[in-house]
Design a protein around this ligand. Structure first.
Ligand code: UDP
Length: 384
């Protein structure tokens, strides 16, 4: 058995690696070792519990108010002895966090091949998202096998002179996770507002580049929308980061149609998305999940590394400007034609089989199987 070390640290990484950890456990050639840095704490643990993943190593590197430099230092310091001791055959990292970059860097220092899941996303602006765009580029430099979610992300890598034979398009494992979570029977944690038939708008916001003014603007926009659209229920599972809470919460008080909750466990959040009329977010993962469920997504960023969803028509960018957010939401609520156009798009991100392709790509990396067929999105209703 080849030993594959899977390194991750935040909720979105946990959601996207969970299907791969499960597929590795079920494979005949590989045994996974799970190492979490704990860059997020409760949010990470919730997802591991849901998918029944018990980390073999938990570095617990989160400290209150720590800088990116301190996070990087603690992650490398924690990962270095683990990789020296375990000497896995490959290290898998996912996405674009500080954990992703430091996992790849430490593996490289130990000459262990790096496999990058969700490789090749780019905005070409190093400060948006910050620091994720640079984390992705640095990780690509250190990677042996690039598992790209789409043809667009593959092309981004080829433009950076990555050899084509080291890139495989597999779709995004977030769709595998969404499909698996929606099938699970989990304890009911749904917000009570899910009962009833008033339209629901789900809101999430966490991006670091919006900490400087953007979050206040989002709060003001939500307050105006709540007043102008009294029939709309706004449900906002708020990120635990105190910087975000301090900026947004004062604007949301006194609105009976705004419900602020703690972050929802993934199964409950997937159900909430399924019940939503529309989604207002700055999240990357939600831009990929919502098309599977046929939900329009307004993205509170000026730029996205997920242009496929914008081209497919299911995602539109509204930035963090108060007026643009308000007019984007009211337009969708009042124009059934605009709503239908966004809700009926093809999902460019996956078919729920990305983790299988990732394991097949690992087989190929170790000379244990043929190169797998790439993921190719099919129009809705195409049974082939
Ligand atoms: N999510 C969740 N509970 C919540 C809010 C989001 O489980 O209360 C999930 C969501 O479905 C998506 C992921 O968390 O899969 C997105 O995380 P986030 O927006 O923090 O990160 P990003 O995707 O932008 O990296």
């Amino acid at each position: 058995m080849r030993r594959i070390m899977v390194v991750y640290g935040t909720r979105p990484e946990a959601i996207k690696v969970a299907p791969l950890v499960t597929a590795l456990r079920e494979s005949h050639h590989f045994s996974p070792t799970v190492v979490v840095t704990g860059q997020h704490r409760e949010l990470l643990d919730q997802v591991n519990d849901l998918f029944d993943i018990k980390p073999d190593v938990d570095l617990g590197i989160l400290r209150p108010g720590q800088s990116l430099g301190q996070l990087t230092e603690l992650a490398v310091h924690g990962l270095d002895p683990v990789m020296a001791r375990e000497r896995p055959d490959a290290v898998v990292v996912q996405g674009d966090t500080t954990t992703t970059f430091t996992g790849a860097l430490t593996a490289f220092y130990h000459r262990i091949p790096v496999v990058h899941l969700e490789a090749g996303l780019r905005t070409d602006d190093v400060f948006s998202p910050y620091p994720e765009e640079v984390n992705r580029r640095l990780t690509a430099t250190l990677t042996r096998l690039h598992l790209a979610p789409t043809v667009g992300s593959r092309n981004n890598l080829l433009r950076e002179s990555v050899p084509p034979e080291s890139v495989l398009v597999i779709g995004n494992t977030v769709i595998d996770a969404l499909v698996q979570a929606s099938r699970m029977v989990v304890p009911q944690q749904d917000p009570p507002e899910l009962d009833g038939d008033r339209p629901i708008m789900v809101v999430t916001a966490h991006r670091r580049e919006s900490w400087d003014g953007g979050m206040e603007s989002i709060g003001r926009a939500l307050s105006r929308i709540a007043t102008e659209e009294p029939d709309l229920r706004i449900i906002f599972p708020i990120h635990p980061n105190p910087v975000i809470r301090r900026a947004v919460l004062p604007h949301l008080r006194g609105h009976p149609n705004i419900t602020v909750t703690e972050p929802l466990e993934y199964g409950a959040f997937a159900r909430l998305l399924g019940r939503a009329h529309l989604v207002l977010t700055d999240s990357g993962g939600i831009q990929e999940e919502a098309p599977t469920l046929g939900k329009p997504v307004l993205v509170m960023r000026d730029i996205t590394e997920r242009p496929e969803a914008v081209s497919a028509g299911t995602v539109a960018l509204v930035g963090t400007d108060e007026d643009r957010i308000v007019s984007g939401v009211t337009h969708l609520l009042r124009s059934p034609a605009a709503y239908r156009r966004m809700a009926n798009a093809v999902n460019p991100y996956g078919d729920g089989h990305a983790a299988e392709r990732a394991v097949a790509a690992l087989d190929h990396l170790f000379g244990l199987g043929p190169r797998p067929e790439p993921f190719c999105p099919r129009p809705a209703g195409d049974p082939s």
